[in-house]
Design a protein around this ligand. Structure first.
Ligand SMILES: Cc1ncc(COP(=O)(O)O)c(C=O)c1O
Length: 446
């Protein structure tokens, strides 16, 4: 075994990895990356088909983003963000406010998706305390939702294989059925559906809004829950219900933000949506450096704005909050969106992607095909009629992962769901090649 890999296995514990498996499948040693390709130490390439955990936006080694980080490094690497500030953060906050939907006016920086969510939960909670609504302490989340791996974020995520062991640590939250159309929680089909899965949410809010502070959801796509793409009507109605019942709407755009669904933010698929909190990370720096932000409204901000003695301060912060290098990368990424007309360009790519995704529908093990923007998924089933899935032990996902690597693709499965989460810089010929290879992999299973 390569010396680097030997040392890796001796000293490193990798995330979401059964380390015993690395005896058979050690991690792949990546030496460099360019555009949408990663290159290993032996010169093999892999298409970065899942955008390095949904973060890369404009491709690796982008000259403008690289230059911005280098330039920033010459003046300021890092500084604490309480009592001090810096230009990259100020410029970025102004820019984020200008592109964000609704009435968001303030940016609270942190450093990863889970912390962006924790901040929203804590702000919503403390807002209620600061404004005398002390009984509004609970949160509503959707089944299959995922908001991160910290205890708070897990408490408002759907409980599954990965976080079940920690469930005794979670604070209790209300769960509403999710708009998982393929496995409709209301047992409806396309012909009879009237977005009825919103009804349990409505009933819950009607009954309990006196003790509910906020509802948290991923707009348009429940990502880690299985790339569950859902109708915008659900989002629109959930947003209206939140307003009607005086419950904050926390939109978690950590995965979906920055063009993934074809719009800058996925919630923009609904006209005039007004979240109380918007959580962003991953694509914020185009996948170059860790950074996150929680955007909120003037109304919420004002409930914390008081004389020191009133103790209404938001006491929360992380060492690397608003890191200047991360802010510079994020600013450069937003510039690339403008200069390369990224959102216009992908409008031409998305229809090609859709056409190719549709082809999977006819493969024997494919029960469902779903897509939005440059995110696409197929759900593998044993039986198309009964929709019976494969058990974890059958390892179908792992099999896909291995076969995909042999064809230069990274298809990290989510259980029985195989997905693509493509960088926005993808070119037509690259898309074609990736879709052909993916088709061959899925077809080879039957
Ligand atoms: C919607 C959503 N929220 C939050 C997170 C957590 O982000 P991080 O892994 O940066 O903590 C993720 C990560 O996948 C996510 O998809």
């Amino acid at each position: 075994m390569n010396k680097w890999l030997k040392d890796d296995l001796e000293f490193i514990w990798h995330p979401y990895t059964q380390m015993k498996d690395t005896l058979v499948s050690p991690p792949i040693l990546i030496k460099r990356a360019r555009g949408i390709k990663l290159y290993d130490n032996q010169g093999n390439f892999y298409y970065d088909t899942i955008s390095s955990w949904w973060s890369n936006v404009h491709g690796h080694n982008h000259p403008r983003i690289k230059a911005a980080i280098k330039k920033q490094l010459n003046s300021l690497d890092h500084v604490l963000f309480a009592g001090f500030t810096h230009q990259p953060a100020i410029l970025l906050a102004r820019e984020l406010i200008s592109i964000s939907p609704g009435r968001l006016t303030k940016v609270f920086f942190s450093d990863n998706g889970s912390t962006a969510v924790e901040v929203a939960l804590k702000m919503s909670f403390q807002y209620r305390q600061n404004t005398g609504k002390v009984k509004k302490t609970k949160f509503v989340a959707l089944d299959y939702g995922y908001h991160g791996d910290t205890i708070g974020a897990m408490s408002v995520s759907g409980v599954g294989l990965f976080n079940k062991v920690f469930s005794p640590l979670f604070f209790p939250s209300f769960k509403a059925p999710s708009p998982y159309c393929y496995r409709c929680p209301m047992h409806k089909d396309k012909a009879t559906c009237d977005c009825d899965c919103i009804i349990p949410l409505e009933e819950l809010l009607k009954e309990k809004s006196g003790i509910i502070s906020a509802i948290i959801m991923e707009p348009m796509v429940m990502a880690a829950g299985g790339m569950i793409v859902y109708p915008k009507e659900y989002l629109s109605r959930a947003a209206k219900l939140a307003k009607k019942f005086n419950v904050h709407l926390i939109l978690d755009e950590v995965a979906t933000g920055f063009g993934r669904t074809g719009k800058m933010f996925a919630c923009e698929h609904v006209n005039n949506i007004e979240p109380d909190f918007l959580c962003i990370s991953k694509g914020l720096t185009a996948g170059y450096l860790p950074l996150a932000a929680t955007l909120t409204t003037e109304k919420i901000y004002k409930a914390f704005y008081a004389d020191y003695g009133e103790n209404k301060t938001f006491y929360h912060g992380h060492t690397y909050t608003a890191n200047p290098l991360g802010c510079s990368a994020a600013l450069a990424s937003l510039e690339v969106f403008k200069k390369e007309r990224t959102l216009d360009r992908i409008k031409e790519i998305i229809p090609l992607f859709r056409t190719d995704m549709e082809k999977f529908r006819y493969l024997p093990l494919v029960g469902n095909v779903r897509y939005i923007g440059l995110i696409g998924a197929v759900e593998l089933v044993k039986d198309k009629l009964t929709k019976e899935g494969f058990s974890f032990r059958e390892g179908i996902g792992l099999e896909v992962y291995k076969r995909a690597l042999e064809r230069n693709l990274i298809l990290r499965p989510l259980g029985n769901i195989i997905y693509l989460f493509l960088p926005l810089c993808i070119k037509r010929n690259e898309l074609q090649d990736i879709m052909n290879r993916t088709y061959t992999v899925i077809k080879s299973l039957s």
